[in-house]
Design a protein around this ligand. Structure first.
Ligand code: GLN
Length: 533
């Protein structure tokens, strides 16, 4: 029988439910179990593709081209669960499907309702997601907070699920907050109320993960247990770790969370192998050096908008046993900055991330130029690569007006443009290139050296491409095209000549980096930054 773990959240948002759910996944995998992670998001957007980074953080792209919630990135980094379209469920998708079936007459004239039709579709999708990798346990993270109107159909579906599959095959984990008030006193009331709110809709949590600034003592656990009907052993203190989030699975394991979950699911407890995670934490805690990376972006103030890049940089550090300190540089501020030498004096490398729209672009171009001329290691990702190309075209290839048609449609030297603009064909429609595709890497290029193989598969999310019309001019001016699509049509990677470490990539390597398996390009970039110190 397949097993299910539902992870809900209470008290307030942003408690790190994604990381909590993923950490449970990590622990189950340490016990040799196959898992599948699923995120259900209570919003009406069909996917996260249209959502602003200001509202929703980064859009995480899967191999099969789904634009999803950033928690799927956590799943990828913490576990080997499949992350595809199927693992990201939204209310928008659920309603779209139910309404489609209704229009097709599949409900045979019945009144179509939230219960049972919406809840049935939710359950169908959860079951279907878990069939992908033949997993033994499906872990479902329910977005939102208990008490939200939007979450109700999901919680109702979860309640029904226990009936459908049997209470012995399901575990309800509830993540709450135990705040500290004046005098450093913990307050359990919000947790009591939140567990009560869950019980009111028919769900008795089996495990409570209590977020708090400091570890909860036995007395607090006992009190929470008393008021919530959760065994004291199943009240887990999910305190703030001072180092890395990759320590969280170990914090849970130390309190026996994995033992509890396995017991509740009727699965045998075997000694877990946590060594890979212990190694990550050990390297993180004992770095041999610190490397500073300047991140030149426009959503820099928002912690979650470059989530995967921040994590991938950290993994690059782990690969080299160093700590990576990220220095945020707002590309718009950079446009006004006079003293660039001072600004970049302290950093050992710069990273120009992806993005959309014109704002802040000139600042990124300035940063790329500075890095190129001053031999500062530079990694450009997606938009970042396009910026490296524009800067090179202007400064070296003599195309003073070079730009992307995304920012200047009337540019006289559109070195980056839509494919339809380059090939004078109409049927591309400016659609986004999304998901995993193949690239060929050129012998002798830095990128090839990093990957150690000529054939790579990486995920894309962009509309614009380096223009096929300008490639020759740029190459003649010395720009190295280190990677292309297999047909050699589109530029996938560039490198500056006579420079210590530079690579721009049209794809998103950050989505496929794990702490236990750092991405070769980030490992190489951090190595380049260390060498440059
Ligand atoms: N805006 C650029 C494009 O659409 C880059 C996109 C990105 O960085 N993801 O091509």
């Amino acid at each position: 029988m397949k097993k299910y773990v539902f992870v809900t959240g209470g008290v307030c948002s942003s408690l790190g439910k994604g990381v909590a759910a993923a950490s449970i996944g990590t622990l189950m995998e340490c016990h040799g179990l196959r898992i599948c992670m699923v995120k259900v998001d209570p919003y009406l957007n069909v996917d996260a593709g249209t959502m602003s980074p200001y509202q929703h953080g980064e859009v995480y792209v899967t191999d099969d081209g789904a634009e999803t919630d950033l928690d799927l990135g956590n799943y990828f980094r913490f576990t080997s669960s499949p992350v595809t379209k199927k693992q990201s469920i939204t209310t928008g998708q659920i309603y779209q499907e139910v309404i489609r079936k209704e229009r097709e007459g599949q409900y045979l004239g019945r009144t179509v309702q939230v219960i049972p039709h919406i809840t049935d579709e939710i359950k169908r999708r959860i079951v279907s997601a878990g069939t992908d990798n033949d997993s033994e346990i499906t872990i479902i993270e329910v977005g939102g907070t208990v008490g939200d109107i939007e979450s109700i159909p999901y919680l109702e579906a979860a309640r029904q699920f226990a009936h459908d599959v049997g209470r012995e095959n399901i575990v309800f984990v509830h993540l709450t907050l135990v705040p500290m008030v004046a005098g450093e006193e913990f307050k359990t009331k919000p947790t009591q109320h939140s567990a009560k709110a869950l019980r009111e809709i028919g769900i008795q949590p089996d495990v409570l993960l209590c977020r708090s600034a400091k570890p909860l003592n036995d007395e607090m656990k006992r009190k929470i247990s008393l008021f919530t009907n959760v065994n004291k052993d199943s009240v887990v203190s999910a305190y703030d770790v001072d180092g890395t989030i990759y320590e969280i699975p170990l914090v849970y394991a130390n309190q026996g969370l994995d033992r509890m979950v396995l017991k509740k699911l009727g699965l045998e407890y075997t000694e877990p192998d946590k060594s890979r995670w212990e190694k990550v934490v050990d390297i993180y805690r004992n770095p041999v050096d610190v490397v500073k990376i300047g991140m030149v972006g426009k959503y820099i103030d928002l912690t979650d908008s470059y989530k995967s890049i921040n994590e991938a940089l950290c993994h690059g550090g782990i690969a080299n046993k160093v700590e990576v300190e990220i220095v945020k540089i707002d590309s718009e501020d950079l446009e006004k900055e006079k003293d660039l030498d001072k600004l970049f004096k302290d950093v050992d490398g710069i990273l120009i991330p992806g993005g959309f729209g014109k704002r802040g672009i000139e600042g990124m171009i300035t940063a790329a130029g500075w890095a190129r001329k001053n031999n500062l290691p530079c990694l450009g990702i997606c938009l970042g690569m396009q910026v490296m190309v524009i800067e090179y075209a202007r400064a070296v290839a003599g195309l003073a007006d070079a730009n992307s048609t995304e920012f200047m449609p009337e540019s006289e030297a559109p070195v980056v443009s839509l494919l339809e603009e380059q090939l004078d064909v109409k049927d591309y429609g400016g659609t986004m290139r999304l998901g995993r595709s193949e690239s060929h890497l050129k012998e002798g290029s830095l990128i090839r050296e990093c990957y150690g193989t000529p054939l790579i598969y990486e995920r894309h999310r962009h509309r614009y491409e380096v223009s096929v019309k300008y490639r020759e001019v740029l190459e003649e001016a010395g720009l190295i095209v280190g990677g292309t699509t297999p047909d050699n049509q589109l530029v996938e990677s560039v490198q500056w000549p006579n420079h210590c470490w530079s690579t721009g990539v049209q794809f998103h390597p950050e989505f496929t980096s794990k702490p236990t398996d750092p991405h070769p390009l980030f490992a190489g970039f951090i190595r380049g930054a260390i060498d440059n110190k």
